[in-house]
Design a binder for this molecule. Sequence first.
Ligand SMILES: [Zn+2]
Ligand SMILES: [Zn+2]
Length: 346
Amino acid sequence: MNMDAAVLTDVGEMEVQTRDRPEPDPGDVVVQVAACGVCMTDYHVYHGALGANTPVVLGHESSGEVVAVGDDVDGFAAGDRVAINPVLPCNACSACKRGDTHLCENNTSVGGAGEKIIDGAFAEYVRVPASNVERIGDVPYEYAALAEPLACCVHGADRANVTQGDSVALVGAGPIGLMLLQTLRNRGVAPIAVSELDEDRRDLAKKFGADLVVDPAEEDPVETIREEIGPVEASIEVVGKVATIEQAHAMTADGGTTLIFGVPDQDATMEVSPFDIYFNEIDIHGTYALTRESFERAVTLLRTERIDAASLITERIGLDDIPSAFDRMERAEGLKKMVVPGQEES
Ligand SMILES: [Zn+2]
Ligand SMILES: [Zn+2]
């Protein structure tokens, strides 16, 4: 049987092709993709900033219905509604053994960035190990497709090392920043300040409960946030640029944490004062991808409606629309774009 898949054939080239529908190997399930979010990671792979062997099918933020199970799969059957965790740990390296599967030395991803990329969910069907799917109950598929980025936010909130009543500044409120904001609110983190250029995104940040929202084109976010809230227990950069990381770092209180969440250029460098790090005990943390645990917790948050998913999804597109969606992401138009395979035929 055949299926449509959006195949990355070279840097900057993607086309919808007819391919064989995957069959499950032992331990695998095949999922009919209902929704798959488009992510800045896809954008970076498409433009060659993150490497990938082509041809390959991207798409790592997906949900759908199990349609086939391989031998030795217990606990899943055709008809199950699931979200897919795209991280495939080797379970043999020392990172995997200590539970940091996201730092696996043999990092393999289903449709995401990694040393090795296997075909992802910008397709009508995708094959994954049964251990990588999580039941979603009756959560709408497009909300469930947010489980992967939400899991990154849950993991990021862990890495920010904050708890109830701790102050946080978020630099950048795109789809991820806005999901992270909700995750932090869930934890009782307060107050929360947000710096964001785009007016619609600032409005959503207010709606999601930010206590202070700053337009960095109008005022210096470092000054304003320091004045209104003071230095913060954690400042989180969700843009991926040195200038905004420096801004975030300048807001961090002594004993606090600066968290790099946005994806910086691989060859970017920045200056920090080692004396300040030493004397003020400021931690600089990174947060990369998600853990098995944070994925499970993200699905729970979606199932218990702790996240406003509807406000984050602004477009539904077909497999043939992905390259133009990248253009709109570059211009920061709208928020999450959901690929609904089969949409182009309707
Ligand atoms: Zn992603
Ligand atoms: Zn490993």
